[in-house]
Design a protein around this ligand. Structure first.
Ligand code: NDP
Length: 310
């Protein structure tokens, strides 16, 4: 079994930043990147609101740079998915890829969040055949075609705007008569001629054949049911935190977000810290995730130092 002083789980902005700080503090961090190295940002196009990049930077570019910085400073960044965790006593027992066992003195959980789906059988049936939760990954396939985006938040507006630049027409399926998105994003979609917002509408079924999605059956609040013809169906209805592996030991809120103490990254389990979207139901930005990764590494350093004193 391998012994690790500072184990960081998750390769997004929170994890990489924790690795940068932990490396500089000589904590010999080991980071497992998980299923999606680089995290959710690798599925976005340009990031214009991450400070320090006057002309913006691509999501993948930002993540590659953060990772390279962590590696240069000495972090051991590895491919691998944590498949089970036992946080009942120290050192904590972690299993990677089903067979590699690790004993960790401290852990930073930075496993992020995953896109939500509506839960319709037809959505499952056409997943990867026209149903997607990432416009920037898959939008390219719908050049000059008609598509639909579900949701009314910032993500939905961003994805609709992005798709409007590629596709012929973009329908936004919005379940209320208002958008949840920021005013700037609302204005943007409302002023884009090839975006049509379908207010008070819910998706009843995704229609298709062996070639994939061909349309959506929609139920409006007034009871009217109608179909729209689309080739792509994009979900943008929020995310759920990837905390399942740890929630037996670590306190989570009603939505599954890990609860941290006050302004720290400390969880209720001494020696286990959380950073990034897995503990942030509110801000969920790359820059706030990075900042929380910094806090987590500093908290780990303090914790490991406190162990030495006894
Ligand atoms: P949000 O939770 O903000 O919005 C989710 C949207 O999906 C809401 O409009 C919601 O409707 C709708 N929705 C939820 N469940 C369903 C359902 N079952 N059927 C139909 N519609 C549904 O998630 P986002 O991912 O948009 O944003 C998350 C956070 O990230 C926010 O804080 C946002 O501001 C931020 N963000 C910031 C960006 C930026 O600054 N550039 C870009 C993207 C996100 P309802 O409103 O009725 O609840």
């Amino acid at each position: 079994m391998e012994n690790i002083r500072c184990l960081i789980i998750g390769g997004g902005p929170a994890g990489y930043t924790a690795a940068i700080y932990a490396s500089r503090a000589n904590l010999s961090p080991v980071l497992y990147e998980g299923l999606q190295p680089g995290g959710q940002l690798t599925t976005t196009t340009d990031i214009e609101n991450y400070p320090g990049f006057e002309n913006g930077i691509s999501g993948q570019g930002l993540m590659d740079t953060m990772k390279a910085q962590a590696v240069r400073l000495g972090a051991d960044i590895r491919n691998g998915i944590v498949t089970s965790a036992d946080l009942s006593s120290r050192p904590f027992r972690i299993v990677v890829d089903g067979d590699k066992e690790i004993a960790a003195e401290s852990i930073v959980i930075a496993t992020g969040a995953t896109a939500k789906y509506l839960g319709l059988p037809s959505e499952e049936k056409f997943r990867g055949m026209g149903v997607s939760a990432c416009a920037t990954c898959d939008g390219f396939f719908y050049r000059k075609k008609d598509v639909a985006v579900v949701g009314g938040g910032d993500t939905a507006c961003e994805e609709a705007s992005y798709l409007a630049g590629i596709c012929k027409k973009v329908y936004m399926i919005v379940r209320r008569d208002v958008l949840r998105a920021s005013v700037a994003m609302q204005e943007k979609v409302k002023n884009t001629p090839n975006i049509e917002i379908l207010w008070n509408c819910n998706t009843q079924e995704i229609l298709g054949d062996q070639s994939g999605v061909t349309g959506v059956r929609i139920l409006r609040k007034d009871g009217e049911v109608f179909n729209i013809a689309v080739d792509g169906f994009f979900l943008a209805i929020g995310h759920h935190p990837n905390s399942e592996l740890f929630s037996k030991w670590v306190n989570v809120n009603g939505e599954g977000y890990i609860i941290t103490e006050d302004k720290t990254s400390r969880t209720n389990v001494e020696g286990v810290f959380a950073a990034g979207d897995v503990q942030d139901p509110l801000y969920r930005q790359a820059v706030t995730a990075a900042a929380s990764g910094c806090r987590a590494a500093m908290d780990v350093e303090k914790y490991l130092n406190s162990l030495k004193q006894y």
